[in-house]
Design a protein around this ligand. Structure first.
Ligand SMILES: Cc1cc2nc3c(=O)[nH]c(=O)nc-3n(C[C@H](O)[C@H](O)[C@H](O)COP(=O)(O)OP(=O)(O)OC[C@H]3O[C@@H](n4cnc5c(N)ncnc54)[C@H](O)[C@@H]3O)c2cc1C
Length: 433
């Protein structure tokens, strides 16, 4: 019977190396990022990226023939737990969103020409990309409602639509756009993905939207979320990415591993906040004792540890199942971790912030930024409610309503049946009395 929670010693060594690199070399960059600016940041991380490549850990999410490691989701998950501790770490390891997900789409569905033109330069860091699906006018949680269209006109697709929250679009060289190409098809076969170079006439990046995470509008920066107008945008027929009508299918295949990586990165954030919570508990003196001696704070520590442990095991189990049985077999496990993991990160960061009082609320600590980051995780890549609904539906498929409407555990009904079954014994016992 195989039931093993250990990590191979050679891979553990890689993880230890990664943890040291991220902590010693990447965390310090966080504090001077604004002063460095994008160009300075790229110079600062370039030597680190070389070290990662030499170590064989660059773009590890991709198959070996594309320069990745073919690690599988469990190992990738363990890596992402370390990368999640800093928003800058994924760039150092060649798997920053949305480029990492887009490279997976290109690897999975791209033609040889598309791989040559977009995937290889993306992996080499020579191009940047964005994924453009969500629209302001329709619910992103239900992409069957998409309104953006792509109509074939001779040898060209003509795209019209309005998108927003296309991350990194204002600095991207190309956009992967989800558009309705087959309005009369089955609702999950109406949309396709198309590659649109950002410079194509008719593409207007309206703005980078100020958000809770980045409250000040700042155009043209990595990490921005763009609003985009597509007005009679013409791209060649060959811009279609994957089969016509396969937009949802490709998106689903990409989202499974992506959610595992998200959840593991959130655990990295949670762990960092948890360490701050414990450190604070041991140093802050109030009302006659340290915070560590107050039962409420002890409960926060114990509850956070339990939740993080549960989320970690659930996520690694989902990764293990995906490695063994594929993404669709692990659908329920992935939906579970998406909402559970987001909630754990939110709760742990919230407790750490509370324990620090005004210091936690201030920008002198990273907790307020973590809190703003954590809030969005509860709805991007599918809101909590949608994942809960999906889990409940899948679970309920294994049940049926009792035929007569009486609950199967109804004690009087069971007692009656048991009396009939044990009638002889009951008779004997009663007559002995
Ligand atoms: C930081 C960030 C980055 C993003 N990056 C990208 C990107 O790169 N590309 C891109 O295309 N999009 C991106 N998005 C958009 C994201 O994918 C959408 O916000 C998400 O899909 C939800 O869609 P919506 O915002 O339209 O909310 P809606 O679909 O309008 O949902 C709003 C709320 O309705 C409720 N709800 C929805 N469905 C149900 C249900 N079945 N039952 C009960 N309640 C329900 C939930 O509370 C939900 O939060 C990003 C968003 C954020 C915050």
């Amino acid at each position: 019977m195989a039931w093993d929670f250990s990590t191979e010693p050679e891979f553990q060594e890689q993880l230890d190396w990664m943890r040291d690199l991220v902590r010693e070399e990447v965390w310090p960059i966080e504090t001077v990022f604004e002063e460095l600016g994008q160009a300075g940041f790229e110079r600062a991380v370039a030597p680190l990226q070389e070290r990662v490549k030499e170590r064989g850990l660059w773009a590890a999410h991709l198959p070996p023939d594309l320069g990745g490691q073919g690690f599988g989701q469990v190992k990738l998950g363990l890596m992402h737990e370390i990368l999640g501790t800093s928003v800058f770490a994924p760039s150092v390891f060649g798997n920053q969103a949305p480029d990492s997900g887009n490279s997976e789409i290109l690897a999975m569905a791209g033609t040889e020409d598309q791989k040559e033109q977009y995937l290889h330069p993306l992996l080499a860091g020579d191009l940047r990309s964005a994924f453009s699906m969500t629209e302001p006018e329709t619910a992103g949680s239900d992409p069957t409602l998409l309104q953006t269209t792509a109509v074939l006109d001779g040898d060209e697709w003509v795209i019209n639509g309005h998108k927003w929250f296309s991350s990194n679009a204002s600095v991207a060289d190309f956009l992967i756009v989800m558009a309705v190409t087959d309005p009369d098809a089955h609702k999950y076969q109406r949309a396709s993905m198309l590659i649109v170079p950002a410079e194509t006439p008719g593409v207007t990046i309206v703005r980078d939207i100020a958000t809770m995470e980045h409250p000040h509008e700042h155009f043209g920066r990595i990490g921005g979320h763009s609003e985009i107008l597509y007005e009679d945008v013409r791209v060649p027929k060959e811009a279609l990415l994957g089969p016509r009508g396969a937009g949802f299918l490709i998106a689903q295949q990409r989202l499974g591993p992506g959610r595992i990586h998200h959840c593991m990165r959130w655990l990295g954030v949670s762990r960092r906040a948890f360490d701050m919570l414990c450190e604070r508990a041991l140093s802050r003196y109030v009302h006659g004792s340290l915070l560590s001696e107050k039962q409420t704070v002890q409960n926060w520590i114990a509850d956070s540890a339990a939740q993080m442990q549960a989320a970690r095991l659930m996520t690694l189990h989902a990764a293990w199942k995906m490695d063994r049985e594929g993404a669709s077999a692990a659908r329920q496990e992935i939906a579970l971790i998406k909402f559970y993991g987001a909630g754990v990160m939110h709760d742990v960061v919230d407790r750490a912030l509370q324990a620090h009082g005004s210091l936690g609320y201030s920008t002198d600590l990273p907790l307020e930024a973590m809190y703003r980051f954590a809030r969005a995780a509860r709805f991007y890549d599918g809101p909590d409610e949608v994942h809960r609904q999906s889990v409940a539906r899948q679970i309920l498929r294994g049940y049926e309503a009792p035929a007569d409407g009486v609950p199967s555990e109804h004690v009087p009904t069971r007692r009656e049946a048991a009396r009939a079954r044990f009638a002889e014994l009951l008779e004997a016992v009663t007559s002995n009395d």
